[in-house]
Design a binder for this molecule. Structure first.
Ligand code: HAM
Length: 441
């Protein structure tokens, strides 16, 4: 290379620089490698369940037409009332960051003609969702869920299957103290009668309810049952129960589902106040809680009218979703520190420019042979590199110096004995495989 002109060496480029480091948006934490370790464990378990029970993965866009949620999640839901991230494109389309997976999965089911497949169509998703909430422990504005839906069958065995999948996925993650809270909120035949009784029950108490519940009274009286306000909790104690107004079909559905849970030996409690915050549910609603922290790990239920609401034919369906952050936090608090997934068997030492140039190629040769190699490319001295090899704890090091790089050989060093021998580069993979068989790493 020729000499560089002086003015090119000296000049310093002035770049505009921010005065302080910009932070991630509120309630949208970064996921660092340490957290990723626990999340990967969760994803592995979920994928096993999905494969075993025949749920195919569906990935829908992060942005959807806002109408999907306005009509799907429902106009009286907290999500639509308060929690949507909405935007308008330059072309004028109104889009929303998806706050959940259910209505968008149904949109995709209808749009892609999945209703032509044998029923139930079993779909699952994993990915980020967005809700404008006040961030706190286990509650974020960007969070992940794994979500399972069984679309096209009304048999309560599918409600039980979904509950079993979520419950056992938590068991596989070694989460203890689990309780299934379950309820039925009836169907279009019987729910209006319950709603009428609820309205007349709360009418005389209206002034004593919290401002949110006064709004709920008008919008959707069922939601008062879900209120966490202490006073509202006392006021709802004598409220009429759905169980007393169920039509024959809903009654039989709930009874059979509870029999399935008994047969499975799953711990459940009927919670007459559980109504869930999404508008589409019919019959079954449930949540699985970790009882020590009283944290809802997952929630779900049956939604027999949603496909119709979104423009399809009458299609009963059931599903649920679990929050990945909540699970990851439990795993992090209960389990040992994450081990690195990177477990190298050999350390590559490179000395001199020619050797360095061959280094990346050698790494790829070993990757293809499935032998994991560690390196410290940035360090020049052989001592520093061998010290690093010692710290990494690999049984062998490979040393490529100037001479070896020119001869197409490499030095194999036994890190325990310090014995070194020169091997032809072409033979090194084979040779290492042989030797690694005799060492326990
Ligand atoms: P969901 O109850 O709104 O249901 O959410 C399910 C789970 O997601 C919750 O139990 C919780 O673990 C987690 N989660 C919800 N919001 C947050 C948040 N802001 N931060 C962290 N985790 C959160 C649904 O989303 C329904 N789509 C479930 C379903 C599927 N129903 C039928 N099919």
């Amino acid at each position: 290379m020729g000499r560089r002109p002086k003015n090119l060496i000296q000049r310093r480029v002035r770049r505009p620089k921010l005065k302080k480091i910009i932070q991630a948006p509120k309630g949208m934490p970064d996921i660092l490698p340490e957290e990723d370790f626990y999340r990967r464990k969760i994803f592995k378990v979920v994928e096993n369940f999905a494969d075993y029970y025949g749920f195919g993965r569906i990935e829908t866009p992060i942005l959807e037409d806002s109408q999907i949620f306005l009509h799907g999640t429902g106009p009286t839901s907290e999500i639509v009332q308060k929690q949507m991230f909405n935007l308008r494109t330059r072309g004028g389309d109104r889009l929303s960051l998806r706050p959940e997976f259910t209505p968008n999965t149904i949109r995709a089911y209808l749009e892609n003609g999945l209703f032509n497949l044998p029923k139930p169509v079993k779909l699952f998703s994993i990915g980020p969702l967005f809700r404008y909430e006040q961030p706190q422990r286990g509650r974020y504005r960007q969070f992940w869920q794994y979500n399972f839906e069984a679309i096209g069958d009304e048999d309560p065995i599918y409600d039980a299957l979904i509950i079993q999948i979520f419950y056992n996925s938590f068991v596989d993650l070694k989460i203890k103290d689990l309780l299934i809270e379950i309820n039925t909120i009836g169907c279009d035949n019987c729910r209006p009668i319950w709603r009428k009784h609820l309205k007349s029950y709360f009418r005389s108490k209206l002034k004593k309810l919290c401002p949110d519940c006064q709004r709920r009274y008008k919008l959707n009286v069922l939601r008062i049952l879900d209120c966490k306000n202490e006073n509202c909790q006392i006021l709802k104690e004598g409220a009429p129960k759905m169980l007393d107004y169920l039509c024959r079909e809903c009654h039989n559905h709930f009874k059979t589902l509870l029999e399935y849970l008994e047969e499975l030996g799953l711990p459940y409690a009927v919670n007459h106040s559980l109504v869930r915050g999404l508008d589409y549910y019919t019959k079954t609603v449930f949540e699985i809680r970790e009882t020590t922290d009283n944290l809802a790990l997952c929630g779900g239920g049956r939604y027999d009218y949603l496909v119709e609401i979104l423009g399809g034919k009458h299609t009963p369906a059931v599903g649920a979703a679990a929050g990945v952050e909540r699970l990851a936090e439990i795993l992090k608090n209960k389990q040992a520190k994450p081990e690195s997934v990177f477990k190298p068997k050999v350390f590559l030492v490179l000395i001199g420019e020619i050797a360095k140039k061959k280094g990346l190629k050698i790494l790829e040769i070993f990757r293809k042979a499935n032998i994991w190699v560690a390196e410290s490319f940035g360090k020049d001295s052989i001592r520093a590199q061998l010290r690093q090899a010692d710290r990494t704890g690999t049984p062998f090091a490979l040393i490529l110096g100037q001479k070896e790089a020119m001869d197409d050989t490499i030095i194999l060093r036994d890190m325990k004995s310090g014995v070194q021998e020169t091997i032809i580069l072409e033979k090194i993979v084979e040779e290492l495989k042989k030797r690694l068989k005799n060492v326990i790493v």
